[in-house]
Design a protein around this ligand. Structure first.
Ligand code: IPD
Ligand code: CA
Ligand code: CA
Length: 266
C-alpha cells in the first residue's frame, strides 16, 4: 500500500484549507444563519460549510485517517494518523464582519503534530510548517521577533467563551500585562495569534480554555519559526491542556513568571 509522504499530505491539506478559505471569503459579510453553542459562543452556517469541504477533501485522500473537527467532533478512534480541523477560527469576528479569521488544519502521527497549515483568505496569507522543516508564510521562511524583554513587547491574548461563568485568571492576566508590556491585543483568532507570533508581528500570546483545534497547527508553526510553546503553569505543552503560552522564546520565562504572579493577586 502507498504510504503518503509528508509533502504529499501537506499539499492535500493546503488544497482543503484554500477551498475552505474561498468559502469564507465568498460568504464574508453574509455568514448565514447564526446559532449559539453557548451564551457568547457562535457558530454560523459558513463554519459548517467550510468544515464539510475540508472533511470531504481529507477523507477522499486518506479514508482511514481519524478526523477531529470542531463542529463534527471526532470521527474514528483507532488510527495512528489524525487530522485536527478548525474550519473557521474567529467565528465571532466573522459573524460581525470583522476581518480577522482563518482556517486551521493540523496532522498528527501517534499523538505528535507533524504538520500545520493556517490560511487567512482575506490577505491570502498561507502559514505552513512541517515538524523539523521550519515555518513559512506564502513559501518564505518565518522567524520570531528579537524582542528580549516584556517592556519592549507587543502581546496578544483571548478570553474563553465561558468567561461569564468562570472568569478564571483571564482578566487578572490581562490587567497586569497591559502595564508590563507595550500593549496587549485581543484579536479573536487564537490560530492567527499564533501565526503572528511566528511571523514576529507579535512577541507573545497566552490564553486559557482553548481546544486542540485552536492550537494544533499554530503551536507547530510557532516552534518551527524558532519560538517557544508551553503551558502557563509548567513547561510542557499538550493539545488537551486547555491553555497556552507561546512566545519568541526570549521573553518566555519573563512572561510566564509575570502571568503566574498576576494569578496570585487577590
Ligand atoms: C475561538 C478563537 C478566539 C478564542 C476562543 C476560541 P472559534 O475559536 O480562537 O480567539 O479566544 O477561545 O474558541 O470559536 O472562533 O473557532
Ligand atoms: Ca477556534
Ligand atoms: Ca471554529
Amino acid at each position: 500500500m502507498h504510504k503518503p509522504g509528508i509533502i504529499e499530505i501537506q499539499s492535500v491539506v493546503i488544497n482543503a484549507a484554500r477551498q475552505a478559505g474561498e468559502i469564507l471569503s465568498r460568504n464574508w459579510g453574509q455568514a448565514g444563519r447564526i446559532e449559539h453553542k453557548g451564551a457568547i459562543n457562535l457558530v454560523t452556517e459558513t463554519d459548517r460549510l467550510a468544515e464539510a469541504v475540508i472533511i470531504n477533501t481529507l477523507q477522499a485522500h486518506y479514508p482511514d485517517w481519524d478526523i477531529l473537527a470542531e463542529e463534527a467532533g471526532q470521527k474514528g478512534n483507532n488510527a495512528e494518523n489524525r487530522f485536527i480541523v478548525d474550519p473557521l477560527d474567529g467565528t465571532t469576528n466573522y459573524a460581525h464582519a470583522y476581518p480577522c479569521f482563518c482556517v486551521s488544519i493540523a496532522s498528527e502521527q501517534q499523538g505528535v503534530v507533524s504538520l500545520g497549515v493556517i490560511y487567512e483568505p482575506l490577505l491570502n496569507e498561507l502559514y505552513t510548517a512541517i515538524k523539523g522543516q521550519g515555518a513559512y508564510l506564502n513559501g518564505k521562511p518565518l522567524g520570531v521577533s528579537p524582542a528580549k524583554y516584556l517592556n519592549d513587547s507587543l502581546l496578544v491574548t483571548g478570553f474563553p467563551y465561558d468567561i461569564r461563568e468562570h472568569t478564571g485568571n483571564s482578566l487578572k492576566y490581562f490587567n497586569r500585562l497591559a502595564l508590563l508590556s507595550q500593549g496587549v491585543r485581543r484579536d479573536g483568532s487564537a490560530a492567527l495569534d499564533l501565526c503572528y507570533v511566528a511571523a514576529g508581528r507579535l512577541d507573545g500570546f497566552w490564553e486559557l480554555g482553548l481546544c486542540p483545534w485552536d492550537v494544533a497547527a499554530g503551536s507547530l508553526i510557532v516552534t518551527e519559526a524558532g519560538g517557544s510553546v508551553s503551558h502557563i503553569d509548567d513547561t510542557g505543552f499538550s493539545l488537551t491542556g486547555k491553555q497556552i503560552l507561546a512566545t519568541n522564546g526570549l521573553i518566555h520565562e519573563e512572561l510566564r513568571q509575570a502571568l503566574q504572579q498576576a494569578g496570585k493577586i487577590t
